[in-house]
Design a protein around this ligand. Structure first.
Ligand SMILES: [Zn+2]
Length: 697
């Protein structure tokens, strides 16, 4: 569907107002749409050198980021697809997906549905029986029980990882203890002043479902307490990433480091509930756990220790009720690979279509990878330093890319095999069906069949330093099409791809080598040059102020956001170089009224910001986001990038062209800087109810 984002009325407007272009036929529909969209965003009363963000995003009110628009459309497409049901030729696994949705919808209409949920939820009370205060063993039982039976994460999400210490190198893949995603963290990322209230409403109604005779005053207080608990967790998840916080330790070591949880019980119960042989012959005490962010684990455990048992119990039960609200969520969460499969084959029904898409997307990605390599090879402290250069080259050579989707996601036979152990009988009860779903999901994760946060239907992109892999999902790639002009392709998705690759060379990612091991690969001198480049960015961003939608201003935390800022700054340069290396970079485009004198270089930056018209997040949460607010991302990235000031002919020392700025991965001749990307958190504009289950594992 390419860039088909905006409605026809805009096209009508454009056709009727173009004056300088002879025939509409010479431009592709995508090029016309792009020009129309850029045109409607431009606010000519603002000088781009003073406030480019405002100039190209607000006219007069913000026009939503293409990413948000496309993300919502995709979510809707997935839900619609679920409702259309089976098609001839669907494989077994696909049929299971529809059957699950159908059975779920059926049990939801059952007259005993509510009572069954209540039984299911009250079953949880047994875990609390006979103990005055939650002890280590009980916390372990609750953690494992919630994870496998309800898909709800408390202390940890379920995942597999690789050990970070050589002494564990004989373990290929071990249990990863990663802090859970909290509800409010996602919900508040895209600011909406009513979201906190909506969230409390949900908590209230779910608790009222458990206890219908609850006193209203008590209910309000409880909803507030539960919200505060959730919010407290949101504030410590995720703390800024730091390899010092990644720790691999044996179960017996974990018992000493985090003694408020009985880790022996956690591992034993996870294996037993899910049916996965986690230990694989290892002695329980010797089995290694990776704490992906041990600092966060510590903080969450402190919050839990301080929370009254009654509140914790009510909070868990209330969240469990949330799991039952949506059959769409249950189906897509249990069988995420099928959700992605259907999205892919609906977009590109034939193998030839898919091959064409992959060819196009891979060409763009390869062009950017090539330009990242060229750009970094020109950095003095890399090219002139044997050790640093060798480490850099090794990382680039071993970079793995997933463009569009991983192999096998379009292959029904492969999916059938992966789902052969998921089977619903014709007459599942609600309880048996939910249990099968969650157990299957837990098993899929522990068997490495599913990486839950790698969703190819998300308008997002990823870099994983632990495996040195970049992933550019097919959904993100729907923002571009072969029929777009290059400025639209490289300014938008191109800068994102650049950003993700530079994550391998940012403050966090640079600490991992080409094999994904935490292993310093720069020489001392190289490290010192890198540190001073980063320090400039930290200081620079520390000076930026941001304003949220409630008009609260706050200071950007340069150190906390340094990784993302470096990736933004490095990514745009690679994408821009790739753009200029495209033989068609200066391709003609529709001359809408506001684009009469626009150059292709300028269009690249307009395409870049088109992506960042995102409402600011809540100031109160700023302390825990790794990304700068979007307005600051645009400002910081462009003011450090000389081609921007050249493109717009910005006078020296205008806001977007200060003489004093940082050169991030800027080859010594000339200047430059970088771009941006996107990471996590983007799925956040989905329905609240969807979140209730998203976190689940
Ligand atoms: Zn990023």
């Amino acid at each position: 569907m390419g860039n088909f984002i905006f409605g026809c009325r805009f096209l009508v407007f454009v056709f009727s107002t173009w004056t300088t272009v002879s025939s509409g036929d010479i431009f592709s529909p995508e090029a016309k749409q792009f020009a129309t969209d850029i045109d409607r965003r431009i606010n000519e009363n603002v000088n781009p050198c003073d406030d480019f963000y405002e100039y190209s995003c607000f006219n007069p009110t913000p026009v939503n980021s293409t990413r948000i628009v496309v993300g919502s459309e995709i979510r809707q497409t997935i839900l619609n697809r679920l409702k259309t049901g089976k098609k001839p030729g669907d494989g077994e696994a696909v049929n299971k997906y529809y059957d699950l949705y159908k059975q779920c919808s059926t049990v939801q209409t059952d007259e005993n549905f509510n009572q069954t949920i209540l039984d299911y939820v009250h079953d949880f009370d047994k875990l609390f029986e006979g103990v005055g205060k939650i002890d280590a063993s009980q916390l372990a039982k609750i953690t494992a029980y919630l994870l496998v039976h309800h898909g709800f994460s408390l202390i940890t999400t379920l995942g597999k990882s690789k050990p970070v210490h050589k002494r564990f190198s004989n373990f290929r893949s071990i249990l990863s203890i990663e802090a859970p995603k909290s509800l409010s963290q996602d919900v508040l990322y895209f600011f909406d002043p009513t979201r906190a209230d909506k969230f409390k409403d949900i908590l209230r109604s779910h608790y009222a479902f458990i206890n219908s005779t609850v006193d209203k005053k008590y209910l309000n207080k409880l909803a507030s307490d539960m919200y505060n608990l959730e919010f407290a967790i949101a504030h410590v998840v995720p703390a800024p990433r730091d390899v010092k916080n990644v720790q691999t330790m044996t179960v017996s070591e974990a018992m000493k480091t985090f003694p408020t949880v009985d880790w022996r019980t956690v591992v034993t119960l996870l294996a037993s509930y899910s049916g996965v042989d986690l230990l694989d012959g290892t002695k329980l005490d010797d089995y290694p756990l990776v704490f992906e962010n041990s600092n966060t684990t510590k903080l969450i455990l402190e919050i839990i220790a301080k929370t009254p048992q009654e509140l914790l119990k009510n909070y868990f039960k209330t969240r469990i009720v949330g799991v039952f609200v949506s059959c769409e969520a249950l189906t897509t969460t249990t069988l995420p690979l099928i959700k992605q499969h259907l999205y892919i084959i609906d977009l590109y029904p034939t193998a030839a279509d898919r091959a064409n898409f992959k060819r196009f997307a891979t060409k763009i990605a390869d062009n950017i990878i090539t330009n990242v390599r060229k750009m970094l090879e020109e950095i003095t402290w890399i090219k002139n330093d044997k050790q640093t250069y060798a480490g850099f080259t090794d990382k680039m050579n071993k970079l793995t890319k997933i463009i569009g989707y991983p192999d096998g996601l379009d292959d029904q036979a492969h999916l059938d095999r992966l789902h052969s152990d998921f089977a619903l009988s014709a007459n599942e009860t609600m309880t048996s069906m939910y249990l099968k779903c969650f157990k299957f999901l837990a098993k899929s994760i522990l068997d490495d069949r599913v990486i839950i946060h790698l969703d190819m239907t998300s308008v997002n992109a990823y870099y994983n330093p632990n495996s040195n892999i970049i992933g550019i999902p097919i959904a993100m790639l729907q923002l571009i099409s072969p029929n777009d002009i290059p400025a639209a392709i490289y300014g938008n998705v191109g800068t994102t791809i650049g950003h993700e690759i530079i994550h391998g060379f940012d403050v966090y990612g640079a600490q991992f080598d080409g094999d994904g091991d935490i292993n310093p690969w720069m020489s001392q001198a190289g490290q010192a040059s890198f540190d001073s480049m980063v320090q400039c960015v930290v200081n620079e961003y520390n000076e930026f102020n941001a304003t949220d939608a409630k008009n609260n201003t706050f200071k950007v935390n340069g150190a906390q956001t340094a990784g993302e800022n470096v990736a933004d700054n490095g990514g745009i340069r690679a994408a821009y170089n790739a753009f200029l290396s495209d033989p068609e970079w200066d391709k003609p485009f529709p001359r809408t009224p506001k684009l009469k004198d626009t150059t292709n270089e300028q269009l690249f930056f307009l395409a870049f910001n088109r992506f960042w018209c995102i409402p600011p997040f809540d100031a109160s949460l700023a302390s825990h986001f790794l990304h700068s607010p979007s307005k600051v991302r645009v400002l910081g990235t462009l003011r450090n990038f000389e081609p921007f000031r050249k493109a717009f002919n910005c006078p020296a020392n205008s806001q977007y062209a200060p003489e004093k700025h940082c050169d991030v991965y800027t080859p010594s001749e000339g200047s430059t800087s970088n771009a941006q990307s996107m990471t996590s958190n983007v799925a956040a504009f989905t329905l609240l109810s969807f979140f209730m289950i998203l976190f689940v594992l």
